[in-house]
Every structure is written in structure tokens, then in C-alpha cells.
Design a binder for this molecule. Sequence first.
Ligand code: SAH
Ligand code: SF4
Ligand code: F3S
Length: 444
Amino acid sequence: MKTFYIETFGCQMNAHDSEKVVGTLVQQGYEQVQTPDQAELVLYNTCSIRDKAEQKVFHRLDQFKRASGKGKVFGVIGCVAQQEGEKIFERAPHVSLVAGSASYTKLPELLVQLENGDRRVTGLSLDNSEPFDTPFTRRDNPHRAYITIIEGCDKACAYCVVPFTRGPERSRTSESVLNEARSLTELGYTEVQLLGQNVNSYRDSSPAGWDFARLLAKTGEVPGMRRVRFTTSHPRDFVKPIVDAIDENETLCNHVHLPVQSGSTAVLDRMQRLYTRDIYMRCIDWIKNSHRDIAITTDIIVGFPGETESDFQQTIRLIEEVEYDAMFIFKYSRRPNTSALQYEDHIPEEEKTRRFNVLQERQRALQIARNARYVGTTQQVHVEGFNIATSQWIGRTNQNKMLNFMDSRLPSPSNGETLVGQYLDVLVTRSSPNSLAGERAWRQ
Ligand code: SAH
Ligand code: SF4
Ligand code: F3S
């Protein structure tokens, strides 16, 4: 039996790719092990979104090689692999396999080439028109499953490497997505998350020709499905029928992640985001006018080249207007191949840090107020685990908020009894900026 170890960096797309890679390797007779020491094949599934993420990968490769790299095969896959290609062999000479996400179907072949004595093998073509759709996915989470609906990205945001690392957009057929959703509920899954860099530009590649709103609604109708999530939405392609679908179908979660990046139309223009602040706010209006209480989350980049104090203030005003439920803030990072490299007016690192901190502090105050609204309400959670340190069950609400709770009848897992995987009503008794806490609610 050949053994392998895999470590994953980056977004949910990468996490799910790793699940597919694991399934494919297990199918080939490999056994997955939990530490690199035990493995003959060590794979790093990498992220290149910011410079720090990329450096982390090379650091990890070096660190491991120094510890005990002898006699092992090292492979770098994912976005850094696609971006750096054969240059990785120069930077990390102990690596012998480099493959991007569009080449994973070829992994078994590449591994055979290595076994046959090839010193270095690569899979770097981006022409693969088929999304990596495999029946052998090994999912990490037994209750919530990712489903890729669209790969790649056809946008050209000025700061972003993704179009280079994942290639052009390719949508799966609605039939294959629904088949996967059905087979997941048959296996006992009740929650799925539809994935793509821009799910809104999903276009069914079969004659049915469904758009994203239709696919979303139909996934919600799969028998046994209790919760459907999706990420990521691009504001330019976000349309009202998506909100209508959430309105009409309770199994579609009331949460939309809609990255704004900046509150200034001038910055959005230089970022090539293809929408203005007003267009973005129109999407927010649709969401807020829903009869369901839809949580809204976002991503923001601070310190994009040329971002003035007044631009930054517009971002602050936007977040106050929207009142996001959660936010990911990033300091702008220069990335290879991207068009923003042409801009010279770079914001000093200290100023980026200052803006990051100002924004984070403002958002924290907004989240405190936002989450406090839920105290006294009953929320349904899907239970994900148990925290031994706090003796609380860990649940997630429909809006994707963490809700940790006590259950007086089952204070901890015992005799094989667990709440994990169940949907339960919880009375919210406390709130904090990032989560809620409560007690299991019992119907009288
Ligand atoms: N496809 C998604 C985003 C994927 S990347 C979308 O369009 O929304 C996730 C987030 O990383 C982005 O939303 C952006 O906020 C951030 N990001 C991407 N490139 C970056 C860069 N060069 N510097 C800083 N943050 C970046
Ligand atoms: Fe990157 Fe823009 Fe594509 Fe998102 S939409 S992956 S930010 S290029
Ligand atoms: Fe990173 Fe690639 Fe995802 S660059 S964020 S792993 S698409």
C-alpha cells in the first residue's frame, strides 16, 4: 500500500479540491495518513491569493524538508503550482510533481510516471474544459458537503490571481449537479454548499440552460435537503431572482456573501470590479427587502493603489449603511500577472495597517449591535460538534452564525449519544461580536 499525506491552504474551492484528490488517490490504492512523516507522497494544495499565503507554502515545504524529507515524493498542487509552474522546481528542488487544479484528473497518470522513474512531472494545462467532476470524492465533513458548480473565473479584477490560477469559467450541467445533490442526501447529508469563484455567472452547459437562481431553487427541492448555501456571489452578476428564490424556499439559507471590496466607485473602477457603489447598494436593497432576515457578509480590500482617505471614508460609510453580519478585511497585496501592478501610487504598509484596524474596529462595534438583536429569539441550529473546553455544543444557524449552546438533558456526548448532525431549536441568551450563545429550547 502506498501512503500519502495532504495539507490544504486557501479557500473552500481548494478544500473541496483536496477532497476530490483524496478520493481519486484512495481509488488508486493509496492510503491517506495523518502526518507527513508516515507518508511516501506528500502533497501541498496551495493558495496564491496574497503574497503571505504563497510564502507560507514555501516556508512549509522548506520546514518539512529540513525535518525529514528523505526518500519522499513531494508534490505541489493548486494555485501556487499553476502560477509558478516549473519555477517551483528551482525554488524547492525536492519537489517532483507540480499540478494545477485543471489537471487533477491526470494525477494518477502523473504518479505512474514518477513511479516509472521520471524525476519531475507537471500538469499545467488550463485547457481542460471539463470541471473536475469525480465520483470518488472523500468528504471531510459527514453532515455538510461542498458541490462545485462552476470552476475558474472570467472576470479580470485588477488585484486578483484567480483567473490565472484557475483559468476560464466552466459550468457543470444542472443534471450532474442535481445528481450529486441527490446522491449526497441518499448518503445522509442534509446541508450542501454550492461553490464557485462567481456562482452567479453559472450557465448550465446542457440544453436545459438553467441560470444560477434556477439551479439554487432546484437544489433546495432535492428530497432530504434541509440547507443549501452558496459562495461566492459577484455583485455585477447578482440578480433579484436569487433573492426571490431564497424568499420562496425555506431550504435555501438566508445568507448572502457579497464581496464589495471598496465603498468608493473610483476605487471599484480601478479595481475593474464592473459595478458602482450604487449598483452594489441596489443588490443590498433587494436582499434587505426580502421577507426573510437575510444575513449579509462581505470582503474588503484596504490600501488598493491610489485609495485616498476620502475613498476609505466612503468604505466606512458603506459598511455602516449595510450593517454586515461579518466581514473579511484584507490589506492589498501585489500579485504577479495582475493588471494592478501598473499602478504606482502604492499605499505604505503602515497606512494599510491603520485602515485595516480602523475598519475592523468599526465593524466589531456594528457586529456587537447586530448580534445583540438575536438575544431572546429562538434559532434553529445544525449541530456541528462539541467543545470539551467550554462544555458547549457547537451549532450553526441558517444565517451561518455560530451558536454555542448547553443542553440540560445531554450536557456532553455520552454512551455514543450525540447531537451532532441534528437540527435543534436553541434559545439565544448571549451574544458577542462573532457568535451567539444559548440553551437548547424544549417545546412544552
Ligand atoms: N471570487 C471571489 C473572491 C475570491 S478571493 C469574489 O470575486 O468575490 C477572496 C478575497 O480575497 C477577495 O474577495 C478579495 O477581497 C481578497 N483578495 C483577492 N486578491 C487580493 C489581493 N491581491 N490583495 C488583497 N486581497 C485580495
Ligand atoms: Fe478574482 Fe474578481 Fe474573479 Fe473574484 S471575480 S475570483 S476577485 S477575478
Ligand atoms: Fe487561494 Fe486559489 Fe482559492 S488562490 S483563495 S486557493 S482559488
